[in-house]
Design a protein around this ligand. Structure first.
Ligand code: NAD
Length: 258
């Protein structure tokens, strides 16, 4: 089954984690993929791995917090592959100095907002016209389960940025619903990717988070890629404005099993 045959996808954060796994899966499913990241060498590696496996991909360096870079990445997808059908606004950061409102600096707040929220806005700003030119398509914005729940291990800038992604996604879904453009948010639970493992950098911190996950384990980037594939493909043709929680049950739990 090739559910993304003849589709062109742009994926931000494709150097590692969710973005890389999604790029590999989308390519396996027939999509031509533009792998975007600020870490260009690792993004190139993702594209090379796809091409070596018989798929079609290219890599581009872009900083999603910069408008000109976002404009260029969309133009590059259209130039290289002729159109854009799927836009996965996935890149994001979790700053190590992000904490309570008292101890989070203005600089940390601004940086987090610029990448996690403005970056998604800019991806949509330039991506949506390209989807319109292609006759429609799917936008997937990566939010997080933390946009649904408060946590005692604080990271207020990150949490607020992801809440913004949900609100932005909902509104864009409504605005573009009659243009054959679907806009959905992917809300991963705690994953065993570099981003979270750098934040939960001791066994004690990891165990503290695991206590809250009914499934009792961290999620895998590959599991997020499967959810992104559903949202990208026609399998989700009646799904728009949704907040797709893929979280091992963490947001469903009041008390988790021992
Ligand atoms: P990751 O750190 O493995 O990947 C994030 C990628 O984004 C990196 O390759 C990084 O270089 C890139 N990036 C960072 N800033 C960028 C910028 N300004 N421009 C372009 N690229 C940039 O992390 P991941 O876990 O794969 O995270 C992907 C998304 O999932 C993020 O939005 C993150 O907030 C979200 N998320 C992650 C978790 C988790 O537990 N890992 C949970 C919920 C949501």
């Amino acid at each position: 089954m090739s559910s993304l045959k003849d589709r062109v996808a742009l994926i931000t954060g494709a150097a590692g984690g969710i973005g890389r796994e999604t790029a590999l899966l989308f390519a396996e499913q027939g999509a031509q993929v533009l792998c975007v990241d600020i870490q260009i060498e690792a993004a190139e590696k993702t594209a090379e791995d796809i091409n070596e496996a018989g798929g079609t991909a290219a890599a581009l360096r872009a900083d999603i917090s910069v408008a000109a870079d976002c404009e260029q990445m969309v133009a590059e997808a259209e130039r290289q592959f002729g159109k854009l059908n799927v836009m996965f606004n996935n890149a994001g950061i979790m700053h190590s100095d992000d904490g309570t409102s008292q101890d989070t600096s203005e600089a940390t707040w601004d940086l987090t907002m610029n990448i996690n929220l403005k970056g998604v806005f800019l991806g949509c700003k330039y991506g949506i016209p390209a989807l319109q030119r292609a006759g429609g398509g799917s936008i997937i914005n990566t939010a997080s389960f933390v946009a649904h729940l408060g946590a005692a291990t604080p990271q207020v800038a990150y949490t607020a940025s992801k809440g913004g992604v949900l609100a932005l996604t909902r509104e864009l879904a409504v605005i573009h619903a009659r243009e054959n453009i679907r806009v959905n948010a992917l809300c991963p639970g705690p994953l065993r990717t570099e981003l979270l493992m750098k934040f939960l950098d001791t066994e004690e911190k990891k165990q503290r988070r695991l206590v809250h996950i009914p499934m009792g384990r961290f999620g895998e980037a590959k599991e997020m890629a499967q959810a992104a594939l559903f949202l990208a493909s026609d399998a989700s043709s009646y799904v728009t404005g949704s907040e797709f929680l893929v979280d091992g049950g963490i947001t469903a739990a009041y008390v988790t099993p021992e």
